[in-house]
Design a binder for this molecule. Sequence first.
Ligand SMILES: C[S@@+](CC[C@H](N)C(=O)[O-])C[C@H]1O[C@@H](n2cnc3c(N)ncnc32)[C@H](O)[C@@H]1O
Length: 667
Amino acid sequence: MGRFPSTKSVENTPAFAAAPDIHGGLDIDAVVARWGASATIVDDICATFGVGGGGAARAKARELGTPRVLLTHKNENVYNAYACEIAAMTRASRSLCVGMFLAMGDARAVRHAAGLRAEIVPLFARDTAEALLADVETLRVTFSSHVNAPETAFFHDCVARHPHRMSSDALGAAFGRIVDSWGAGLSRARGDERQMEDVARFAVIESARGYVFGLVSYAPSSLSLRAVDWARKPQHFSAGTRAEIALACVNVAAAGCEAAFDVDSGSAALIDPCCGSGTMLHAAWTRGFAVAGGDISPGAVAMTKTNVGYFVARAGQSSTMPRAVERDALEPNAFQDAYGSHKRVGAIVSNLPFGRRVAIGGGDGDGRASVGAFASEYAPMLTAFRDAADRHVFISGVPIADDMRAMGYKNVSDVSLCRFGRSFMTIALGESASGALEPATLFSVDEALERAAGKKEKKWQKSKSKVDIAARFANPNALRIAIDVSYEQDSTRARRSVAKQLCECVGVSHRNDNLALTYCAWRGPIAEESREYFFSDRWDCIKKDDRDVEEVFAPEDIVYMSPDADEALDEVDASKVYVVGGIVDLATRGMRTSVTRATNAGLRAVRLPIREFKPEQTHTVLNIDAVVKILAARRSGLSWDETFERELPKRQKKERPKREKRERVVE
Ligand SMILES: C[S@@+](CC[C@H](N)C(=O)[O-])C[C@H]1O[C@@H](n2cnc3c(N)ncnc32)[C@H](O)[C@@H]1O
């Protein structure tokens, strides 16, 4: 799944339907006129993807206007939240396959969706690439005469692999020939967002059932994904909600009545009565909605104020700070003043307290996995919330949809947000909605619950072989490795990558009883990222320490691994602690970051003897887990030759990696 260069402003987007006389010269009207009525393409798409209902869909398309193909991120568990979001924000949409939707009518609001990757105006849909290209050849695109060198760009995006696929290169070459016949050129500015604004972006979307060709009418910039900003909040909360899920919840709650929630002109507010660290409030605020919240815990309210306040302050004076109050959501009349928002309560959006960390009433969770929570525990809250608003979106640790229906909530639908049935999103759209949502999910609630039951069984069987971490760290022969997580990463991608590699190292440690692995400086964004995305709470065979590495270990025992060190490592010795730096940031390339860090702290720095034993190896900067594996292999008694033969990543053994910009880590 690639990323589409963003469309900077909607109005300058070549395929923007409301501005057909587009900036840059492509005459979209002419294109659409040649392609025919939008109903034709709806028919073609329905036939290609076997979604049926062509006749009805065609009628609807005629009535509603230009159809759009929406691509969403496909991230495993969050995808179900995205599917709800698309279903709610485009009620006349249908799922073509996982990650791809056909939306009819004005789906402009969907551009705020947390999961949206790109919006495409479809021109042709066919079940093979060859048939599609034959259609594209019939296009005759004209460019306004004032444009000297009209540019187009071409993207091939694979949502799922087609059984008889055509390669990106072949598709690109064929498209290039067609573009030549239009008298236009293929843009060289691919990927450079600043230069892409006036370029007409065409895309071929490949799926297992067929291909769609169209104009990219909108793609959000990764920089404008404000959900990502939330990672920068000052205070982290272990029971916090994922930012993407929070935004999806808010979008679902406000779908179709966004104007009512407008912070300046609307009459309604979104309320999160269990606001924790403020994720829902932040998500609603980024959308310009009126929002307020509360929590029974004074600490949580303070955290919300600090976190949300941090972003509001940066947004400037005109931005309204959402209110957060200390309040028991179960207290009578809790919603009477709409948590001080001066509006009516339009929707309640909340990640309810459950599970290992928090409990209803604000106490600590009892350590149970949420699977063991009881739906009955939610009953008092669900009863109290029912009449306080028309619309409700809840995250819970057990399915609550049936209970909610029984309590009289209307138009209830739910999805599982975890393959193993640990969290659920339940939506009640109220009496006035035109039915419950029918999101096309990746896995159903029932499947998740079935897997949860299976996993419980497996867990029970595995419990006997639980890791004895105390024994591991007490073993004088164990290989001691520490990962230094103190480095700042300046992108989400880099943070995610470090967290992923730390997770890989946990796997290495699981398979090797002789490894005593400590993650030092375990605080801040990497710790948060690991918890959110890699379940670091369950990493049971390593130690996590929030202190810096030189505080945890005696400095004279520390051997700091750095590719820029002068000294080459020889023996790997149980009396030492080998420290690997956690950096994967391109910005640090060539900056001798880890060797500088070691030298400044007065620590001995060494490098792996790759130059000596693998002189043909051009890349000596390895992933964190690769360094850990190499140290462990050497410690197990292998020679350096054997170690590198076994553990150096295969593609690094000989040749230069194909991707110039691959991520790098400081060993
Ligand atoms: C799962 S957390 C919410 C997480 C939040 N969405 C976030 O991202 O940080 C649940 C919150 O409910 C609060 N809580 C528990 N019982 C409550 C009650 N009776 N009234 C209000 N808040 C309550 C807890 O203090 C906790 O902060």
